[in-house]
Design a protein around this ligand. Structure first.
Ligand code: UDP
Ligand code: MG
Length: 154
């Protein structure tokens, strides 16, 4: 009988500049990722120009926090990760928790944004919000990565 093949889902995670500014924090995040049965498939350090930040966050152009967000994301190096696992998109977003760290502390205190987030803008993490967004965001940071060639597992 043919073994059942499950294609693991991929998502794009960012460890934003505030987390990367403290060298002791990313290892704690990797540990939390491993504990959720998520695997880091690819990882790279990034330093953005204003134009790159604007391109990635185009959907937020015109919102009140847009300039602050782009200023923050160009303030220093950060990390882009491709994560893999069953239901990786939802898993990673539930691990990081609500956008606003203060709300996270009240409603989901064990999430990463609750533990490490500083402000509504400097909230330490990004996670793709859908399959289509994940595909586009992975391509943005890892243009040579071929998700179709990524191994399936039984
Ligand atoms: N953001 C902000 N103020 C807000 C909402 C969002 O500064 O009131 C920033 C924050 O860094 C957030 C990013 O803009 O992570 C993108 O916002 P989105 O609503 O997509 O939240 P996310 O998907 O990151 O939870
Ligand atoms: Mg979002």
């Amino acid at each position: 009988m043919r073994p059942s093949v499950i294609r693991k889902q991929l998502t794009l995670a960012l460890l934003k500049p505030d987390i990367c500014a403290n060298a002791s924090l990313p290892p704690k995040v990797y540990e939390a990722i491993a504990n959720r049965s998520l695997t880091i498939v690819k990882q790279r350090d990034v330093l953005w120009t204003e134009a790159q930040a604007g391109a990635f966050y185009a959907e937020h152009q015109g919102k009140f926090f847009y300039q602050r967000l782009c200023g923050y994301m160009t303030s220093g190096p950060f990390q882009a990760l491709i994560l893999s696992g069953p239901d990786a998109i939802k898993e990673w977003r539930s691990l990081i928790g609500p956008t606003h760290p203060v709300r996270a502390r009240i409603h989901q205190p064990t999430t990463l944004r609750s533990l490490y987030g500083l402000t509504d803008t400097r909230n330490s993490f990004h996670g793709s919000d859908s399959v289509e967004t994940a595909r586009r965001e992975i391509e943005f940071f890892f243009p040579t990565f071929d998700p179709e060639a990524y191994p399936t597992s039984s």
